[in-house]
Ligand binder design. Structure first.
Ligand code: ADP
Ligand code: MG
Length: 357
């Protein structure tokens, strides 16, 4: 499938400071894409450049096959759902949604009956039926989010940019809105580019996940390959599910301040060297037990555990003071209790480690 959006070597600076430094990406049409990056990574800047609110210093933006660098925002056919919703407080739900349709520069819809019909359709799509004449100051956060989305969708964009759309919602609503956003997108049939600082949200939602690091796209792939094969220590760190050790390769082991850690297979080149082992690939055993064939073992003192519902995350202090995290899925076994300050063996398979050089 030909890409709907392509950026080549896009640079955006604010004064002397570069917020984006050579962004390359290529997004498929009719797909849910998530873009993950920590606060300050340049996520909002990237969306604003794509929408046309910011002009890049250099690079090319291609949308639907044509270069749009100089096309004004309202002529791009790209919708933007702002982080803070940006609703008109003095207008009703219906009026907020209809506003973009009647007031757009190109092809405004002036026939009130047509506006009404179109708005009704969208209200149904986003699940706001019954709230049409409610003031937007008198609806919940989740409903405001739907109005913001509806206001964009009513203009029939060819792509929708969403800037941390679930950030303002509480945890319950956030997980419900995740699946609703996916359903709404499928009905619209256009690409949604959803920006988030949450690794769980990015992995759960994106058919394709992009990771923004160091002002560039560090990795692009499906959720599974990002999660299982992060291509750099920085990406592994954002995912918040890997223990990372710095050090250097010595033969088939990686020398760290916590000891020599064996690995199998090839190390991958990256900007910095590291050894990574995922939280959920580690077994906790009594101290002193020798490691089995093909296993790697370190020892640590138990600090504390944290229940997350389906799993327990246990924290250990290694002899160099480093904190080491283990995630045990409760579907596999009954929760274990560990002795406070007790010493344990932490064991994983050599081939589960990722090594960067
Ligand atoms: P994110 O959305 O990932 O948190 P932003 O795109 O908002 O990141 O910001 C990226 C960097 O650009 C930050 O260092 C931020 O301070 C800077 N920045 C963003 N907007 C402006 C602006 N209008 N003027 C100057 N610097 C800005
Ligand atoms: Mg932002």
């Amino acid at each position: 499938m030909s890409p709907v959006l392509q950026l080549s070597n896009v640079v955006k600076a604010y004064g002397e400071h570069r917020a984006l430094d050579g962004v390359d990406l290529s997004l498929p049409d009719d797909s849910y894409i998530s873009l993950l990056g920590p606060s300050g990574a340049g996520k909002t800047t990237l969306l604003r450049v794509i929408a046309g609110f910011e002009t890049p210093e250099s690079g090319t933006i291609r949308f639907g096959g044509r270069v749009i660098n100089t096309v004004p925002p309202h002529e791009r056919g790209i919708g933007f759902v702002f982080q803070n919703f940006a609703l008109f407080p003095h207008l009703s739900v219906e009026e907020n949604i209809g506003f973009g349709l009647t007031n757009r520069k190109i092809d405004p819809v002036t026939d009130p009956a047509k506006v009404k019909a179109r708005v009704r359709e969208i209200i149904e799509l986003v699940g706001l039926t019954g709230l049409e004449s409610r003031a937007v100051t008198q609806i919940s956060g989740g409903q405001k989010q739907r109005v913001a989305l509806a206001r964009t969708l009513v203009t029939e964009p060819n792509m929708v940019l969403l800037d941390e759309p679930l950030g303002a919602l509480d945890a319950n609503l956030r997980s419900r809105m995740r699946s609703e956003l996916k359903i709404i997108r499928e009905r619209c049939g256009v690409t949604f580019l959803h920006v988030t600082g949450s690794e769980t949200e990015a992995l759960a939602m994106g058919e394709t996940v992009l990771v923004l690091d160091n002002k560039q796209i560090a990795q692009q792939g499906d959720a599974d390959s990002i999660y299982n094969r992060p291509n750099s220590p920085a990406v592994a760190r954002f995912l918040n599910c890997y223990n990372l050790f710095s050090g250097r390769v010595e033969g088939q082991a990686f020398a760290t301040s916590s000891g020599a850690l064996a690995f199998a297979g090839a190390a991958q080149p990256a900007a910095s060297a590291a050894y990574a082992i995922r939280f959920d690939r580690i077994a906790i055993r009594p101290a002193g037990m020798p490691a089995g064939e093909g296993e790697v073992k370190i020892e640590g003192d138990f600090i504390a555990s944290e229940y997350t519902g389906s799993a327990i995350n246990s924290f250990f202090s290694l002899d160099d003071g480093k904190v080491f995290e283990v995630e045990s899925h409760l579907s596999h076994s009954e929760p274990e209790t560990y002795e406070p300050h007790g010493r344990y063996s932490l064991v994983w398979k050599r081939e589960d480690a990722l090594v960067y050089v």
